[in-house]
Structures are given as structure tokens and as C-alpha cells.
Design a binder for this molecule. Structure first.
Ligand SMILES: [Zn+2]
Length: 331
């Protein structure tokens, strides 16, 4: 049986059951009054008749709160609330985005899911929102190595030089600047920064646990702040040094170069262009897939379930740990 033949990708009732298991873990939370586990299912309720559906359509996943008597479904308070797209198509879109290493374009989603381009574009961005790490716990920690590096995206503006015509400007001034922190063997977090000036680097470094060992290249802007860490080791790319071994200690920024390589191939090959406004969302997408990659034991299906868990708004409270819910849902 292929992954794509799972019932929750085709059957709306199965899709609701799947999402409810992940988000509620058997105890529905009323989004109106916040009471946990007192709601009951309203079965066979149909929507009002319309011209298209004279008998109405079945309202899947409808619950009624035993405390405040209001009705709700698991979609309320999540990114699923913001569209009329059937839940099973949302799950298809989430799976596609989670299992494609370099991302999936809105055009591809449009063709595969048979939705309009507008819907596909909206879906992509809402799922990126679900992938965004809202906990923002510090990166690294005692005994961990944290690699930090920057990359540039886009092209320099062209300027007119008399006698030479239109020329591309040099340097990285107009390019978008991204600083990424990668825990060796762990998560990635990327920040689109306005510049590489001190205040911007300091702001990014607020994400880093100072008990970590910091690995960077020899860029000037990491020197002062590097002294705040347990240790700061650098490799000298200018002298062709990429890895240094000192007993068991490995100094390198190769892990982060690997991250940038996937990110750039995705941005060039799949997304092609993205406005400055949306860049941080694409970064969240690549961070999410990297932080939940198969090398850390997280395969496609589990990655998709973790993304589903990310759809939940912060105003609701839930019982049970994340791992417990994921196990229950995959059973
Ligand atoms: Zn209630």
C-alpha cells in the first residue's frame, strides 16, 4: 500500500478523525469556553440545502460542547479554519510540502491537488505558517556545537556607468541577507536580517544558548560576540581550511553549508523568486524540514504529522505531550 492510499488523503471523515487524534488526543477542547473533554459528536448533521446540494452536505467532525452548548469542529482556531477546502486536501498539501526536500511550487500544488492557483498559493503560505517554530527555545546548549553562518540571496541591482553601460553592482549590498544557526545533529533556525551590522548579528545571536561551542568562519562580525560562548572556534575559508580536527573536536561550518545548499537549490529551482516580504516564511519551511529530517529519525509521515500539530493556534490549550499524540495518531 502506498502512502497516498491512506484513507485520510481521500475520505473527509477519516481526515477529520486523523487530525482530531493529532490535535486533541481523544479529548476535544471547546474553542469557545476552553473546557476539555466534555464535547460529544453530533452525527449525521447536514448543512442547509442549497441549489448545488438540495439535501445539504454532511458536516464532518461536528461537536457540541457539554459545558457551553456551542458547536465546533477541530478546524476552529487552526489554519484549516481559514478556507473551505476539504480537510483531506489540506492533508495532501501538507504531505507534499513535508516530503519534498526542496519544497513544492504553488503551480505544482495547483496541478496535483486540482485547485486554483490562488488556493494553491494560499495553502502553501498557510502551511509554512504551520511549520514556523513558535516555541523558539534557545538553540544549542551545554555540550552542543552551534554553527552560525550567513548567506546571500538574489541579485545585485544594475547601475549605469558612463562609458561602460549597465553594469551589475558588486558586493552583497542589495542582496537579501540570511543568518542561520544550526545545532550539529539537531535543528536549524534562519533569520532574514536587514544587514550584517553589529546590532543585527546581536539580535540573531539572542537565539543562541551561550553554553554552546560556537563554530563560524573568520568573519569579523562573530568575533566579539563569540567571546560570550563556552568556546568559539573558527575555520579560515580564506586559507582553504574547511574542517579542523583537534582530538575529538571537529571545527567546521560544513553542516550549515549543507543546509544553505538545500535552501538555495530550493529557492532557485522550485520557488524561483520570492518577495522580501515572504522570505522569512520560506526560511521557516526549510528550517522545519531540516529540523525534522530523516537523519534525526523523522520520516516523511511523521514530519507531516508534526506540521499538522503546528496548525494549532495559541489560544487553545491541549492535554498530552506531542510524542504521545503522534504515536496515537500513527497507530
Ligand atoms: Zn464550550
Amino acid at each position: 500500500m502506498s502512502v497516498l492510499s491512506k484513507p485520510y488523503f481521500h475520505d473527509e471523515a477519516a481526515a477529520f478523525a486523523f487530525v482530531e487524534r493529532i490535535i486533541w488526543n481523544g479529548e476535544p477542547v471547546c474553542p469557545h469556553c476552553g473546557v476539555v473533554g466534555r464535547a460529544y459528536a453530533l452525527k449525521a448533521v447536514r448543512s442547509k440545502p442549497s441549489k448545488k446540494n438540495p439535501e445539504g452536505v454532511v458536516r464532518h467532525g461536528l461537536k457540541k460542547c457539554g459545558a457551553c452548548r456551542s458547536q465546533f469542529t477541530v478546524r476552529i482556531g487552526t489554519i484549516f479554519e481559514e478556507s473551505h477546502l476539504p480537510l483531506h486536501k489540506w492533508l495532501q498539501a501538507i504531505y507534499l510540502m513535508c516530503s519534498s526536500k526542496k519544497g513544492i511550487s504553488a503551480k505544482q500544488l495547483e496541478r496535483t491537488l486540482e485547485v486554483t492557483y490562488k488556493t494553491a498559493w494560499f495553502l502553501g503560505h498557510r502551511i509554512r505558517e504551520a511549520m514556523r517554530d513558535t516555541a523558539m527555545t534557545p538553540m544549542g546548549g551545554e555540550g552542543m556545537t552551534l554553527e552560525v553562518d550567513e548567506t546571500f540571496l538574489g541579485r545585485q541591482a544594475t547601475i549605469f556607468v558612463s562609458g561602460k553601460g549597465w553594469q551589475q553592482r558588486r558586493g552583497t549590498g542589495d542582496m537579501r541577507k540570511i543568518v542561520t544557526l544550526v545545532e550539529r545533529g539537531g535543528r536549524a533556525r534562519s533569520v532574514h536580517v536587514p544587514s550584517l551590522r553589529k546590532e543585527d548579528i546581536v539580535a540573531v545571536m539572542a537565539h543562541a544558548d551561550r553554553a554552546s561551542v560556537l563554530n563560524t568562519d573568520q568573519a569579523q562580525h562573530y568575533r566579539r560576540i563569540g567571546t560570550e560562548f563556552a568556546a568559539h572556534e573558527t575555520v579560515d575559508h580564506g586559507r582553504d581550511e574547511y574542517v579542523r580536527y583537534d582530538g575529538d573536536v571537529v571545527t567546521t561550518t560544513n553542516t550549515i553549508e549543507g543546509y544553505f545548499s538545500i535552501f538555495k537549490r530550493g529557492m532557485k529551482g522550485i520557488y524561483q523568486h520570492c518577495s522580501e516580504k515572504h522570505l522569512q516564511r520560506y526560511l521557516a519551511e526549510f528550517d522545519f524540514r531540516y529540523s525534522n529530517r530523516s537523519a534525526t529519525g523523522c520520516e516523511d509521515q511523521e514530519r507531516a504529522m508534526r506540521a499538522v500539530l503546528g496548525v494549532v493556534g495559541k489560544r487553545l490549550t491541549y492535554r498530552g505531550g506531542v510524542n504521545h499524540r503522534l504515536q496515537a495518531a500513527s497507530a
